[in-house]
Design a protein around this ligand. Structure first.
Ligand code: 13P
Ligand code: SF4
Length: 357
């Protein structure tokens, strides 16, 4: 039961001490967050993996691509474990390395693969953190970079300083929302559908493009709608609406602010007693923020609860099992990115770490 699990986790943590650091994403359930040594958005968690030399092992309470990133950025003698290997991300799965390489070959054939007269590349690959290590490595090898929702704009500025166009994997919404905020017209952002020739675009569309958007999305965030925002505004005049930039563009435009999970947390921290805030993101984070701030009214825009089912797969029973295995000297569920992939992925990730939020 819950109490026994709690006792096991606390005892194992005490035994392991500083050798093991538990990292947790903001979307983790409360029963996990309470044991985390560090909680953050995906940028902060990537940084955290570079900042704890005392740890032999990071227990990563989040999803697979985040654990891969922690493995790539942590030291060579440190290991990363994911308590439940079934904790993936359906958006990250929407782009495979074979599809991305196929897209790149087609783009190079249409746009050329050498710099223009002014030294800029025809296209720079940018991948959202929510992608496999293989895709990050592809970006590292091809003059590209990784971004998260907290630094996407800085990263696109970096890319446009080096190239005429960007191809953005795999979240079309983060790509579109960021580029729109920078003044790029939607007509200059063709969608790339991986199963069609030239992604379903004409050669002219690709030549005129500024940002080519991969056809991926988050099934949690695509549920948010403008109607929900209108309903919240009708019911609570003066409500402040904050959403994650994985939401569709009309939702981001109807909101009062959009940003990463850390941005959302900071907005709530900065609110004044009595404020009403409607949030368009994963429910575990929204409920926790309401719990921490009884002086505010904080609620999720989606009336039908909106959890990330894969984040939720990290259950305290898996955490207890993982920690007990570590006490016994085993390293269970290790996420070890092959060194050939890790070397190139690190290039793209280090470019990203230099582009602060
Ligand atoms: P953050 O970078 O904002 O933590 O987002 C990660 C994520 O998966 C959102 O769905
Ligand atoms: Fe992936 Fe969406 Fe879950 Fe984030 S909320 S981990 S993008 S499925």
């Amino acid at each position: 039961d819950e109490e026994t699990l709690h006792d096991w986790i606390v005892a194992a943590k005490a035994e392991l001490g500083e050798r093991v650091r538990i990292l947790g994403h903001f979307y983790q359930r409360d029963e996990i967050v309470r044991y985390a040594d560090f909680v953050g958005d995906s940028f902060m968690l990537a940084q955290a993996a570079t900042r704890h030399p005392e740890a032999e092992t990071f227990v990563f309470c989040g999803v697979h691509f985040m654990a891969e990133t922690a493995d790539i950025l942590s030291g060579p003698t440190q290991s990363v474990v994911l308590p439940n290997l079934a904790a993936g991300c359906s958006m990250a799965d929407m782009a495979t390395i074979d599809q991305v390489e196929g897209c790149w070959r087609e783009l190079c054939a249409v746009l050329g693969d050498g710099p223009d007269a002014d030294g800029r590349q025809p296209v720079i690959p940018v991948t959202y953190m929510n992608s496999s290590a293989a895709i990050k490595a592809f970006c590292g090898r091809n003059g590209g970079i990784v971004c998260t929702s907290s630094n996407a704009r800085t990263v696109l500025d970096w890319a446009f300083a080096r190239g005429r166009r960007v191809v953005f994997f795999p979240d079309q919404h983060l790509g579109r929302n960021t580029a729109k905020a920078m003044g790029v017209a939607e007509s200059d952002m063709p969608l790339w559908r991986p199963h069609l020739l030239n992604g379903g675009n004409t050669v002219e569309q690709l030549r005129d493009a500024k940002v080519i958007l991969w056809n991926g999305f988050c099934s949690v965030h695509k549920r948010f709608t403008v109607e929900q925002i209108e309903r919240a505004r009708a019911e609570y005049p003066g409500v402040r609406v904050i959403v994650h930039p994985e939401c569709p563009a009309p939702v981001v435009e109807a909101a009062d602010g959009a940003g990463s999970t850390e941005y959302i947390r900071k907005q709530i921290e900065a609110a004044s007693p009595g404020d009403v805030i409607a949030v368009g993101t994963e429910i575990n984070l929204v409920n926790r923020l309401q719990g921490e701030h009884p002086e505010l009214t904080v609620f999720c825009l989606d009336p039908v609860v909106c959890p990330c089912s894969t984040m939720y797969r990290i259950h305290p029973a898996y955490l207890a099992w993982t920690l007990e295995s570590l006490v016994a000297g085993a390293v269970p569920n290790r996420i070890a990115v092959a060194s050939t992939v890790a070397t190139d992925a690190r290039v793209a990730l280090e470019r990203m770490l230099a582009a602060r939020p």
